[in-house]
Ligand binder design. Structure first.
Ligand SMILES: Cc1cc2nc3c(=O)[nH]c(=O)nc-3n(C[C@H](O)[C@H](O)[C@H](O)COP(=O)(O)OP(=O)(O)OC[C@H]3O[C@@H](n4cnc5c(N)ncnc54)[C@H](O)[C@@H]3O)c2cc1C
Length: 362
């Protein structure tokens, strides 16, 4: 006899989003679910941001929303863009975990375990969110988006900035023959997230993250290390290559392990929410329905984009600067897997065509 109807391996973003979706829609009334995760604490460890192109269950975990943003190629050359139709939002993962755990713990059919014996998996439908790819530190081949971010609180000296606009990408920083930008999210008058982000292969020489942030804060805001306190920090590496693990009968991959990370941008959060909804709607015949996937056209574009990035990293600041400014809705929809044919054509026209065509045939 089976012990659990469903098992979720990994209680992170994807595992908990799925469990919440199933619980919310009463799919666990007469079904037992085990969530396996060795982690012992659920403090804030990530800031998930996205363009809000779809609705989801976690509006009350949104830390802040913005309607305008900048992309900066270099000092003095920046484009200001509107994203009012699809606001950019940031979710506080700490609030997200607390909200979900509070609800799930009320359901007697859900249990949390650090691990299970092999025999306890018998007959269950398993949703796995643990990728079986090499860790960033062991991968010498692929590109990753790796970053370090700090949420800082200014002491006496408060710089002036517009709280309603954020810096999506500021390339006015040391590029070191790679692709590097600073991303800032102003949360309050005296508080902002500053993140140094690289698109590169594993390279220890790029890991002086704090120094990069300090240099940027000095250059852009005339702030010294002693002018701010670090209230929170996050560090991560997101694969910029397709992660496609095989689904089998009664075994479905979710989250990054399930291919929900866009290979050119690292955006994952909303894809996870859509995937969770799809699973919930089809939970009674999950082995029979088509597997949920990011559309193939995005895989193709991302593959070519990553080839261009590999051969021409130096064009990336200009490429991103040119991408935004006008027709932002089309660009945002494209980056969020929601574009139609017209949006796709607009994106293609904004790309350096010769380089892309050459990369397509290489
Ligand atoms: C710091 C950071 C910031 C990010 N910011 C964004 C963003 O702004 N926007 C966006 O769209 N995406 C972002 N991402 C990418 C992506 O959204 C996140 O990585 C997201 O958490 C992926 O969800 P997941 O469930 O696949 O993995 P995770 O959330 O990492 O969950 C995996 C879980 O598996 C558990 N686990 C590990 N090993 C085992 C094991 N052997 N058995 C059982 N459990 C195990 C872990 O403890 C963890 O809880 C970010 C990633 C990081 C790291």
């Amino acid at each position: 006899m089976k012990e659990f109807d469903f098992i979720i391996i990994g209680g992170g973003c994807a595992g908990l989003s799925l469990a919440y979706e199933l619980d919310l829609h009463k799919k666990l009334k007469n079904k037992k679910l085990a969530i396996i995760d060795p982690r012992t604490n659920y403090k804030r460890d990530k800031t998930w941001s996205y363009w809000k192109v779809i609705n989801h269950n976690f509006n009350d975990c949104v830390k802040k929303s913005w309607d305008r943003f900048y992309v900066t190629e270099f000092l003095g050359k920046n484009s200001e863009s509107d994203c009012g139709s699809y606001p950019y939002q940031s979710i506080d993962s700490g609030k997200f975990y607390q909200k979900i755990l509070k609800k799930l713990k009320k359901n007697k059919n859900i249990i949390f375990k650090k691990k299970l014996n092999k025999s306890q998996f018998k007959g269950s439908v398993v949703f796995n969110s643990v990728p079986s790819i090499k860790k960033f530190s062991r991968d010498k081949v692929n590109y990753w988006q790796h970053f370090y971010g700090i949420e800082i609180e200014f002491k006496s000296k408060e710089p002036t900035y517009d709280l309603n606009k954020f810096d999506l990408m500021n390339f006015d920083c040391d590029q070191r023959n790679s692709v590097h930008f600073i991303y800032t999210l102003p949360f309050k008058k005296n508080r902002m997230l500053v993140e140094t982000t690289w698109f590169s292969k594993y390279d220890k020489k790029l890991f002086d993250y704090q120094k990069q942030i300090d240099q940027w804060l000095w250059r852009w805001m005339r702030l010294k290390r002693s002018d701010y306190k670090i209230k929170y920090s996050e560090k991560g590496a997101i694969p910029l290559f397709p992660v496609q693990q095989k689904n089998k009968k009664n075994f479905i991959n979710i989250g990054t392990a399930g291919g929900m990370t866009r290979a050119s941008t690292g955006y994952t959060f909303l894809n996870i929410q859509e995937h969770s909804k799809y699973i919930r709607m089809n939970i009674d015949n999950i082995n029979e329905v088509k597997r949920f996937q990011i559309k193939k056209k995005y895989y193709l574009f991302d593959k070519i984009f990553m080839k261009v990035l590999d051969t021409h990293p130096e064009i990336m600041p200009k490429l991103f600067y040119n991408l935004f400014g006008i027709f932002n809705n089309s660009i945002i929809k494209f980056l969020s897997n929601k574009s139609n044919l017209i949006d796709d054509i607009i994106v293609i026209f904004k790309m350096p065509k010769w380089i892309f065509i050459k990369s397509l045939f290489n």
